[in-house]
Design a protein around this ligand. Structure first.
Ligand SMILES: CC(C)(COP(=O)(O)OP(=O)(O)OC[C@H]1O[C@@H](n2cnc3c(N)ncnc32)[C@H](O)[C@@H]1OP(=O)(O)O)[C@@H](O)C(=O)NCCC(=O)NCCS
Length: 287
């Protein structure tokens, strides 16, 4: 695949290769280089890249690395595929390669890969304030669908009292997550993401068992906190139990829609908004 196939002729030329041709470490290095000056630093290593690809169903064969005629990598873009949707992620162009149409080339090539694999909708998220990326996506006709919050809570016991809870077995965790998909979590938090990620724990309120919490436990960090609760009050009790159980864990919760009725519970438990993302969608016409 070459950029002159798009009809424009920037100099020098660049070509795209499937990301499947690269090792995890090389993919992480290329990605990190494109994000040297990124608005929110999120460096990866090979191991993290492999876990990311596995959890979020990134199709490496459909994901691309762009390089120049001397084989120097200039950019990367990855494509997740689920049902009839594709998800564009890890997009980046090296600082020295920007402003020459490479980002546009990568986006067109990724959308083509998605279409060829039956995707009828493309989706992505962009951090609020990332003007170059936002303008690139708008130019391609992506439209904002909702604002998503990335919340963080530093370690420490909660000030609210603990609540009596019962642990959930793996099958109960799966049931909770699948029922919750009716409320449209973002790609990172969809049930299949969580189930593929593994290391999940969950519990429900003893006196109101239809109120539950499931999250991923990593090394000293809790992530992917998902709550099914009738009210913010029930969510406060669930979060109080979580943070009483894990007082030394940092907590990161990505992509909570701004309209979530449970937001007040997170503020009560000491979460803060680290940054926000805009989710954007583009319907893909059937070729
Ligand atoms: C966003 C990014 C991929 C754009 O790559 P690029 O190769 O420079 O993009 P292009 O040259 O194809 O530019 C395409 C359009 O993007 C927008 N754009 C690119 N750079 C811009 C800038 N500095 N300011 C405003 N808009 C910009 C413009 O609309 C541009 O179209 P135009 O040239 O007709 O004005 C690149 O800036 C980058 O890698 N940034 C860091 C990582 C990142 O933000 N990734 C996206 C995460 S969602």
């Amino acid at each position: 695949m070459r950029n002159d196939s798009l009809g424009s002729a920037p100099v020098p030329t660049f070509r795209a290769r499937s990301a499947a041709e690269y090792s995890w470490d090389t993919l992480a290095d290329i990605y990190n280089h494109t994000r040297l000056d990124y608005i929110v630093p999120m460096p990866m290593n090979g191991r993290r890249m492999a876990d990311y690809v596995q959890a979020y169903q990134v199709d490496l064969a459909a994901s691309l690395v762009v390089h120049d005629d001397d084989e120097n990598p200039l950019g990367i873009g990855m494509l997740g595929l689920r049902d009839s949707r594709c998800w564009i992620t890890r997009l980046g162009v090296s600082p020295e390669g920007r402003g020459r149409g490479l980002g546009t080339f990568l986006m067109h090539a990724l959308l083509d890969q998605g279409r060829m694999r039956g995707a009828a909708l493309a989706q992505l998220e962009v951090i609020q304030g990332n003007l170059p990326a936002l303008q690139l996506f708008q130019k391609l006709d992506f439209k904002p669908s909702r604002e998503l919050l990335v919340l963080r809570r530093p370690p420490g016991p909660p000030e609210t009292p603990d609540a009596a809870c019962v642990s959930l077995e793996q099958d109960a965790i799966e049931r909770c997550l699948i029922e919750r998909d009716a409320v449209a979590p973002s790609w990172l938090d969809e049930s299949c993401s969580l189930l593929r990620l593994g290391s999940l724990m969950g519990f429900a309120l003893h006196d109101a068992p239809n109120n539950w919490l499931v999250c991923h436990t990593g090394a000293f960090q809790l992530t992917h906190v998902c709550i099914g609760a009738d009210s913010p009050e029930h969510a406060i009790r669930l979060l109080s139990h979580l943070h009483t159980q894990f007082p030394r864990f940092d907590t990161k919760l990505e992509n909570l829609p701004t309209y979530s009725p449970l937001l007040p519970a997170f503020w009560t438990l000491g979460y803060y908004n680290e940054f926000s993302r805009l989710e954007m969608l583009l319907p893909l016409p059937i070729p």
